[in-house]
Design a protein around this ligand. Sequence first.
Ligand code: GTP
Length: 987
Amino acid sequence: MSSNTVAQFAVELKMPANVLLEQLRSAGVELKSVDDDVTDADKTRLLDSLRRAHGGSEGKKITLTRRQTSEIRQADGSGRSRTIQVEVRKKRVFVKRDPSELASDANKTAAADTDVLPESPVASVDEPDTTVQNIGVQTPAAAVDSAPEAEASVAADSHVEAAGSPVAPADEAAHTTAVDASDTPAESAASEAVGEAAAPATVSAASDQSEAPIDAEPVVQEPVADAEPELTEVKPAQKRKGKADVKTAAQPVQASAPSKAVTDAVDLGRDKARRASEAEAAALREMLSRPRKVLKAPEPDPAALSGTLHKPAGAKAAVKKDAKPGVAGAGVKKTIKASEVSSSWTDDNARKKPAQKGDAATPSRDGWRAPGGKGGKGGNRGGRNRNAQPERQEQQAVEFIARDVHVPETITVADLAHKMSVKAAEVIKHLMKLGQMVTINQVLDQETAMIVVEELGHVAIAAKLDDPEAFLDLNEGEQAEVESLPRAPVVTVMGHVDHGKTSLLDYIRRTKVASGEAGGITQHIGAYNVKTNRGMVTFLDTPGHEAFTAMRARGAKATDIVILVVAADDGVMPQTKEAIHHAKAAGVPLVVAINKIDKPGANSDRVKQELVAEEVVPEEYGGDVPFVPVSAKTGEGIEALLENVLLQAEMLELKAAVDAPAKGIVIEARLDKGRGPVATILVQSGTLSRGDVVLAGASFGRVRAMLNENGKPINSAGPSIPVEIQGLTEVPAAGDELISLADERKAREIALFRQGKFRDVKLARQQAAKLESMFDGAGEGVQTLELIVKTDVQGSQEALVSSLVKLSTEEVRVRVVHAAVGGISESDINLAIASNAVVIGFNVRAEQSAKKLAEHNGIDLRYYNIIYDAVDDVRNAMSGMLAPEKKEEVIGMVEIREVYTISRIGSIAGCMVTDGVVRRDSQVRLLRDNVVHWSGWLESLRRFKDDVKEVKSGFDCGITLKGNNDIQIGDQLEIFEIKEVARTLSS
Ligand SMILES: Nc1nc2c(ncn2[C@@H]2O[C@H](COP(=O)(O)OP(=O)(O)OP(=O)(O)O)[C@@H](O)[C@H]2O)c(=O)[nH]1
């Protein structure tokens, strides 16, 4: 096992023979040439010599590098602290030694035998069969004995990576451990073991020179956004290991240096190194503890930076900061970039890089995730991390930007975080604080979300209930950019019973729907398209104003034009009038179809006159309503009717975007046994396509199938096209708005939320139509009180309506939307909902269904049997909206008889209340020679030394005036109060 000659031994060691020869000679082995024999004793001697000199190694090296990240905190004077992330890169070099050597060394004392390092984790992991010597040393300058502050230790840690000097003693390895808070226990143990062990046997240091300055650049870096912020404070606990002191501070052993000289140099170097390290530690401590001072980055001394193990000159006292005591001259590259350190501590905010990388002020830096979650080995301890929490929050405050966050009815944690520009973890954390364990995809309700928003210091704004835009993040501008194209008018047919509405619609449908489909009315979907020579017309196939108003009552405006059908043989009837009122209330233009002109008793002129009485004036009489005589039976005049409708439409300039997400309205919906929920949709803008995700009221779904009015499957439908869709999860209500969304999940959330919030929405609506609240919060300008009047007889109707209308003033206008004889119907209530009107029933009552509808929608339904009561009530309600008048009332007079001036208080008036009363909270006017000198408020009112609330006539008192010391004897104080007087209409 042993080599016989130096040359052979050198080969074994894989090193130049002459170098080995020299080392042997240095060790005191008398050899002449490389051909001389080397005995085991010689080898032991060489080993001892080298060990004495420092230890070291030669042979096959294994270099292990390790990177670890830790964070340190620096407290400043204001109690704030900053976090600095320190990355330390370590490189350790291990030497694979000859098994024979191992064997021989095994006989040595344990203390002397550093070759056998069974504890060495590297030995067992990487090279289990080889002897490994840890010569890689991390040099902790400040590890130095016992740097009292954690910062110092950390700084030291951040400092350093002492390159593995070939002769770096095991002590140093131990020392490294001392400052290395992030060492894994195994490593620490190993290092400690090394520390306890005697110097390692090194064959030659010469060849190590090239390797000595291994890359040991600790990078003091700014926190990286995606890096797990580890705020663990490095505590002096490390010092425990640090006790393994630096006795054997490394002195590089030049291959050529004689061993004695080397030893001396080592001692000298060690002393220097110790001094330097102490100085450096002190400097670092000072720097770290300097409170929030702008530390100008000192230009690192190049000499010091480049100091190596072999150039210990760098350890001069002058180069305090950069001295590497532990490794004095141990081929150490400068490890701390002082400029970076100082700048990062002093001017975080000014630097862009830190902000990008994960500024502590941003949530990404908050270290929410478990410490060491990323680095794993990062020596940061969870507990410390927790300690560091407040600090992060404080930092957050430093660069905090409060945002207005619009919170919709529901929002996911991720979306909410996105809106606030924080990490979802931040939101989750705050929710945890509030006792809610949530996941990133969890949906929060508006209330909770708003609390979190406020917690995070932003301004939470509740997005409007039922406002889909709030969820869609739709940019109105984007919408506006889409070109709007002319669209077909949507027409509803209204009129009295049996006047021929259905007949008219049927005729049109039968004759005007696309050829080939005429007569094949198999599918009836409540709306259809008609082609005329002038263009398309869409008919809503639910005649009567009830459906029309019911839809309006839900806030939907589906109709562009109303065809009012009046039978020429019957004339204007109650429902004709109702229809007129409903159309007018909706502001929808009318086209009158005088029907049944084929009948013998038809009298168009009478119809016209009756309609004029209802303020529906034909064009020929100077009005703006087209009148078209038609016959639904013969088809006469139908073409002209459609033409007039289209003319009217042209005037309305109806347009809609085509190339946009669809918006529409549910015309009717039902649950089909086989097909599930089926809804007839009138697309109002955009294009609805098969496969679209839609939200309709509180239901949502994907359009699985789409049929046109004839029951034919189609793939898409543009504006004014009625279609029947399948695929909704629930049956929506007629009048519900339909929108297509990009995200099904969002649609589901909104729908579900609406289902839950339905009650709230209803409640909100209920506030709308109360007589008392009618004018609450009303803005400026003329206000209108809408009324629906139903009476028992025509006479009372006229009397009541005229009395009510007469109540109108310049500020409040009374408008009777609809007045009729008869009980209060559902239709009346719907009109009231749509018009935000109050319903007055005079000697009539509401139908049961109407009553329920009114209750559900919060419609104010009032019954009277005396006209004056009704008028009084309405007058009072109108008074409520008049701004109260402010009246000033003089309540007392006070005479100033003495004036005391107290420097701390000012002028105090010694007064006598000559009239009325003076109250503490009164306003006051200072009169001097009956001229108003000053006006303001009392500051204090006293009798003797007591504060009193009021002093009555005939008593004296002390008064000070708020902000006025200019008082004189003889002045008078006029005490007055401003009273708000409710105004009445007569006032
Ligand atoms: N002679 C004649 N009869 C008509 C005409 N239009 C409708 N009718 C008849 O009038 C009656 C009522 O017609 P509908 O179309 O049902 O009237 P409506 O307005 O829809 O009635 P409701 O659905 O009850 O409101 C039917 O018997 C029709 O045949 C017409 O132009 N000429």
